[in-house]
Ligand binder design. Structure first.
Ligand SMILES: [Zn+2]
Length: 431
């Protein structure tokens, strides 16, 4: 096992990193004295969260303070300690490992099941932690009384939006902004064809591992298995809303709203008390995980890049957690193994130990690049970057179903669109 000093020397020798990156890498160390091996589930998840760009910056910029002060909650210690830990990890100039013991005291207070240092499940820990952090920085201080509102008469897309805003009326935080998506489940009656829909928020997706005759499966296989149409028959028959009788139905999941950070949990452990583990190699893409085929609406872009993996090695009896994370500043990958951090090649990230995958929505999937063949809007843009007061003309792809376009008019964009492109935009509807 290389010591920290050796790893440091190794990294220096490789010479691939600037001094500032070295600092932010080394401050990513975690150590927990003698009990270090038993809390590896926690260290692994903390490293994945620490390398979650937006969450890290939320803590580094002290934005969590504003949310903590906004509400009158007395319990703010978990978020405080989490932010303190992230700040120490990213700003401390010392290359000593950081001890998360104060943070641990708080998470144990919030979720007593993590008392003691028994081997725990990293994914369950992540759920508890995100839930705890969310509750302390929830922008909603007084949750409205639950009212039974019926949105069934609305088209699915509208119904999904209504259900989402109802969710935000109760649960609205930076954590929700980042991690929560919306799942649509459609139940179709095989007798009359009536389809009823339910929309639920999700914090992660637990994917069954697709089984094949040979060793390797792909993440897309697992996604397809997760969203596969299920037949509900026999004792499971639901009551059809239209037939008013219990009918054989098919059930299918689609993703209505893709989260900025998508957490995919590979169900390696049997649900019955973790008695067995699947060590199937799941091949997952590092870049451009395209999930559009699982979207409820055709037009939605959902392309993700991987930035962290929580790994579990060993068996259900005795295992060990590590994390592989891509440094948000340098883009380089590192192995975090409790108090040790070592640079790694991105080609080593995929392994049969991968257990929880962290993906970030690509910016290109939020802002569609115009294609030459698409009809284009022309847009006047006022430069707000400098004092030139120039008004430039830009172009936008014609996407009438996305009303967000209007608000882009006020964005501070500097005019730098080549005129030759403007010539191809024959449509000028608004300006
Ligand atoms: Zn029916």
């Amino acid at each position: 096992m290389p010591s920290m000093r050796q790893s440091y020397t190794e990294m220096r020798r490789k010479g691939s990193m600037s001094g500032s990156v070295l600092v932010s890498t080394f401050v990513g160390l975690l150590i927990n004295q003698a009990k270090v091996r038993d809390s590896c589930f926690m260290n692994s998840i903390l490293q994945c969260l620490s390398n979650t760009h937006s969450l890290r910056d939320y803590c580094l910029h002290n934005s969590h303070r504003r949310d903590l002060n906004n509400n009158s909650r007395t319990n703010t210690a978990l978020m405080e300690e989490f932010a303190k830990l992230i700040q120490t990890m990213w700003t401390s100039s010392s290359s000593e490992a950081v001890s998360p013991s104060e943070f641990k005291t708080q998470i144990q207070r919030y979720a007593p099941r993590f008392v003691g240092y028994n081997q725990q499940d990293a994914q369950e820990f992540l759920r508890f932690l995100l839930d705890g952090l969310h509750n302390e920085v929830n922008r909603v201080t007084v949750r409205p009384r639950g009212t039974v509102e019926d949105f069934d008469h609305l088209p699915d897309e509208e119904k999904g939006k209504k259900m989402w805003s109802k969710y935000l009326e109760r649960e609205d935080s930076k954590i929700v902004d980042l991690f929560v998506g919306q799942l649509k489940s459609s139940l179709t009656c095989s007798h009359c064809g009536f389809c009823s829909t339910v929309f639920d928020p999700f914090w992660d997706l637990s994917l069954p591992i697709a089984k094949k005759g040979y060793g390797e499966v792909s993440l897309m296989d697992c996604m397809r298995l997760f969203t596969k149409e299920d037949v509900l028959d026999g004792d499971e028959k639901p009551t059809c809303y239209r037939c008013k009788a219990r009918r054989r139905c098919t059930k299918k999941f689609t993703i209505q709203k893709f989260p900025k950070i998508l957490v995919l949990h590979l169900k390696r452990f049997s649900e019955a008390r973790r008695t067995s583990k699947l060590s199937t190699f799941v091949n997952f893409p590092m870049k451009d995980l395209d999930l559009r085929e699982f979207a409820s609406e055709n037009s939605i872009n959902a392309v993700y890049n991987l930035y962290a993996v929580s790994n579990h090695s060993g068996t259900t009896m005795g295992g060990h957690y590590t994390a592989y994370c891509r440094n948000p500043n340098s883009g380089e990958w590192y192995t975090f193994n409790d108090s040790r951090v070592t640079p790694m090649s991105s080609s080593q990230v995929r392994s049969s130990d991968a257990y929880v995958l962290f993906y970030e929505l690509t910016s290109s999937s939020r802002i569609k690049a115009p294609r030459a063949s698409s009809p284009l809007w022309t847009v006047d843009k006022l430069c707000l970057e400098c004092d030139c007061n120039r008004i430039g003309r830009g172009y936008e792809e014609l996407t009438p179903h996305r009303p967000a376009w209007f608000s882009r008019l006020s964005l501070p964009l500097h005019y730098n669109t080549p005129m030759s492109l403007l010539a191809s935009s024959s449509l000028s509807f608004f300006l």
